[in-house]
Design a protein around this ligand. Structure first.
Ligand SMILES: [Zn+2]
Ligand SMILES: [Zn+2]
Length: 570
């Protein structure tokens, strides 16, 4: 039997445990086959490491497991020896060895010399995880308990944002709810059209015209009512407060345009959160994880041409936005499943604090079935590389706080020269160079359409007067923060000559982040008392009724009390 180095299976720590089990099984098999005989010494650890192509720690785990079933024993200072075989350790050795020998290849497939770690299932040997045997009949997520490193509590407590509920988003959301991710925030600004149905497992024909985010959230809740969902029908680049991002464990980008990716990338960097990007086109796809401070970020990956494209678009921001809305990329449900699945798995690794390949990209070509993993080079002076400092939580809200009130706080903390820096341009007015007319706008750029920018009289594209700096003496400072485009629970950025300050509109927390859409009021079962009373034993009917009535009284809520059949006990 020749061994294919198992090292190639080691992608990261995740495969380490199954790998050690595999080595355990191989060694047990070799002892049973008489390759290593009772009473004889095993090759040195160094030789075994070479032979199996695994790390020393993996080998040691395997040796420990064999020691536990008393198949080998250590002689300190000398090495490992094969124990005498008796009925006890023999049976266990067979059990362990069978792990690899009973795995059958698929029909028509040639059996490999080595078996992948996913052999027939057996309960995990994970010292850090107590062995709990799940009830698979009743426990929806029970299977995951059998994965040695899976921590259901962590998954259930996780907050995950899915940006984009298109082909990729549908797959990712489906995967997350199936895996029991406890809190999912879904954002998309689009509505469902018939063409979406070809690659969106969460949408139905009757959903045509409805908001993608809302429908996706509703269906997610339907698939697994134990998860909590929240949706936002809006634009990720402008409509979500940074405080929402801040409370996520991971952000999954299921986007179809560079501008939105760039926005998510910056937000993620600002509040130091990992994000998982996916992109698909026809049979091609890629997935990548970006972790602030670890390798390249999304902006680092942009080519010079892409940067030029972006800057051209930014030079006419009104047009840029409309172009984004037009961009449609042909995709298939198959590539969406593949890439969405990789993204979901990366998210699970992040939730479990497992190592991820940050700043690397997995390219999948479905035509050639080639997979390439490449590392991006981080750009030294990348503009996205900036993480906010200490954030001051203010008990105020975007909708009710005026610019004036906010500036008072800023000036109090940072001096009268301090200014507020907006994330998006605020359009103050539109001026027609032809008619010399001026229209006051005072709206964030995201709310002003390209058509609106044209002069109503002569049709010429008007000059835009805009700003992203607020000093406090603006004539419109009695307006609210929300009115100039600041979303709820946002983190505001203010600076003076020396430094930046960060303020969160934490008063919005309750409304802006609740994960409680589609939570049903727990419906109380209508109890038909007669159905419930089955007298099989010789218990006095009187006593049974007393018990049942008592139970019913607890179970029925006040509104349903009229449903209680009137039964007189006496
Ligand atoms: Zn970068
Ligand atoms: Zn004009």
């Amino acid at each position: 039997m020749t061994f294919i180095p198992l090292e190639r299976l080691i992608v990261d720590e995740i495969t380490r445990k199954p790998l050690s089990e595999l080595v355990t099984a191989k060694l047990a098999g070799m002892i049973l086959d008489g390759v290593y005989k009772s009473g004889y010494q095993l090759p040195s650890e160094r030789d075994l490491v070479k032979q199996f192509g695994v790390s020393r720690s993996t080998l040691r785990e395997a040796l420990k497991a064999l020691e536990e079933i008393k198949l080998i024993e250590v002689q300190h200072g000398i090495g490992w020896f094969v124990s005498e075989l008796d009925e006890n350790n023999l049976a266990l050795a067979h059990q362990v060895a069978e792990k690899i020998t009973t795995s059958t290849p698929m029909k028509g497939e040639k059996a490999e010399e080595y078996e992948a770690p996913s052999g027939p299932r057996r309960l995990p040997v994970a010292p850090e995880k107590p062995l709990v045997i799940p009830n698979l009949k009743k426990d929806r997520l029970g299977t995951f308990s059998l994965i040695s490193w899976w921590e259901r509590e962590k998954v259930a407590a996780a907050n995950v944002m899915v940006v984009g509920a298109g082909a990729l988003g549908n797959e990712v959301i489906k995967d997350l709810v199936l895996m029991g991710v406890g809190n999912i925030y879904i954002v998309d600004f689009d509505t469902i059209e018939m063409a979406n149905l070809s690659r969106s497992i969460l949408f139905r024909e009757s959903d045509s015209g409805r908001e993608k985010a809302e429908v996706a959230a509703a269906r997610a809740k339907e698939i697994n009512p134990n998860v909590h969902v929240q949706y936002l029908n809006g634009d990720v680049t402008t409509d979500i407060g940074l405080g929402v991002f801040r409370r996520m464990d991971v952000i999954i980008g299921c986007l179809d345009n560079r501008e939105a990716r760039l926005a998510v990338n910056r937000f993620a960097y600002w509040i130091n959160k990992p994000w998982v990007d996916g992109a698909i086109q026809e049979f091609l796809g890629l997935a990548r994880v970006f972790v602030p401070g670890e390798g390249a970020c999304f902006e680092c990956t942009l080519t010079d041409q892409a940067r030029r494209d972006l800057s051209i678009r930014y030079s006419c921001p009104l047009l840029a936005r409309e172009n984004i809305l037009l961009g449609k990329v042909p995709t298939t449900p198959t590539i969406a499943s593949i890439i969405g699945a990789i993204q979901s798995q990366e998210a699970m690794k992040i939730i479990h604090s497992k190592p991820v390949a940050a700043g690397m990209v997995i390219h999948f070509n479905g035509m050639t079935n080639e997979v390439h993993v490449t590392k991006y080079t981080p750009v030294e002076d990348c503009e996205s590389h900036w993480t906010y400092g200490e954030i001051t939580e203010l008990p105020i809200r975007a909708e009710t706080t005026t610019i004036d009130e906010m500036m008072q706080i800023i000036h109090r903390d940072m001096g009268p020269e301090a200014v507020l820096e907006l994330d998006q341009e605020l359009i103050l007015s539109l001026k027609c160079p032809n008619c010399h007319t001026e229209e006051k706008i005072l709206q964030p750029i995201s709310k002003v359409g390209f058509n609106q920018a044209h002069c109503p009289s002569c049709g010429l594209l008007r000059e835009t007067e805009m700003t992203h700096i607020i000093s406090g003496d603006e004539p419109f400072s009695s307006r609210t923060l929300a009115s100039i485009g600041i979303p709820a629970l946002h983190i505001l950025r203010a600076y003076n000559e020396d430094q930046y300050y960060f303020y969160e509109l934490s008063g919005d927390l309750e409304n802006a982040l609740h994960f409680s859409h589609f939570e049903k009021q727990i419906e109380q079962p209508r109890i038909k008392l007669r159905d419930r009373i089955k007298i099989k034993e010789k218990v006095h009917l009187k006593d049974r009724l007393k018990i049942k009535l008592h139970e019913s009284a607890i179970k029925l809520n006040i509104q349903q009390q009229e449903e209680v059949p009137k039964i007189h006990v006496d």
